[in-house]
Design a protein around this ligand. Structure first.
Ligand SMILES: Nc1ncnc2c1ncn2[C@@H]1O[C@H](COP(=O)(O)OP(=O)(O)OP(=O)(O)O)[C@@H](O)[C@H]1O
Ligand SMILES: [Mg+2]
Length: 248
């Protein structure tokens, strides 16, 4: 699998170099011929734009192959998210409020790959941004979940043990049943110029972290992505961990 990943990575690099030549050449023709007719200019701009889109796609595929072997270390998710907050604040327009919630626990440690987890949050934030053109709320929530004999039926695909529940929620346009059904498939998109890789990449990352993910969404009711990741180590459970603390 690692060799296949390396091979795909090598081809993707070469492919990207070719795309760059196409983009740069189209740009050079545009810049050195300011008197071209409007239609030719439009064609050249199209070549540049589509070339960039293809290059972006190749980068994302490259990301899949680069991370076929995951480098995991202990990550405390609350500080991780807090560190991402500034980047998210700049990413969202001012009419989107960002909330970070957690239960009474002070530590949410998992074993993870920081660059993959960053990608996961950014892909989800990007979807939420697209879903809230008129603004709204982007909520990140952390909670501990213990799967035991009492509730294992509700979490049938998880084995017994402790998990961190990561909730990524928005108050955007939501999804209809058909969209929700296909949302995790690679290349599925309802947007005009998108590659449809965001959620499938998120799903891949969750699986690489031995977790599961759920989508809850309805048209005009916002979207909730819930991810369960195995906790780093067993801790004494805080019995008062019912309510959320809000940090809006
Ligand atoms: N938060 C959300 N709110 C509403 N619809 C969503 C949300 N997240 C995903 N979707 C729907 O699921 C589809 C697939 O999402 P995904 O992130 O995989 O691709 P994309 O956003 O269309 O493209 P890309 O992420 O590659 O730019 C989207 O086109 C959209 O219809
Ligand atoms: Mg997306």
């Amino acid at each position: 699998l690692a060799i296949v990943g390396q091979l795909a990575g090598g081809i993707a690099h070469q492919f990207n170099n070719i795309l760059n030549v196409i983009i740069v050449t189209a740009d050079a023709i545009l810049v050195s011929n300011p008197h071209l007719d409007e239609e030719t200019k439009r064609w050249l701009k199209n070549i540049k734009e589509e070339g960039r889109r293809a290059a972006d796609l190749v980068y994302r595929l490259l990301d899949f192959s680069r991370h076929s072997l995951v480098e995991k270390r202990k990550i405390e998710l609350f500080s991780f998210i807090k560190n991402l907050e500034k980047e998210l604040r700049e990413f969202f327009p001012p009419n989107v409020e960002i909330c970070i919630e957690r239960d009474q626990k002070s530590e949410y440690s998992i074993q993870g790959d920081p660059s993959l987890l960053r990608q996961l949050f950014l892909n989800l934030a990007s979807n939420s941004k697209d879903a809230m053109p008129e603004g709204g709320k982007f909520i990140l929530g952390l909670k501990e979940l213990t799967v035991d004999e009492g509730n294992m039926l509700s979490f049938s695909t998880l084995s017994q043990g402790k998990y961190i529940e990561v909730k990524i929620e928005d108050t955007g346009i939501g999804m209809d049943e058909e969209t929700k059904k296909h949302a995790l498939e690679p290349f599925f998109s309802t947007k005009k110029k998108a590659s449809g890789l965001g959620l499938s990449q998120v799903h891949g990352i969750v699986k690489q972290h031995r977790g599961i993910m759920k989508l809850e969404s309805q048209p005009s009711q916002g979207t909730k992505v819930i991810i369960y990741l195995p906790e780093y180590e067993t801790k004494v459970k805080n019995e008062n961990s019912s309510g959320y603390k809000y940090f809006c």
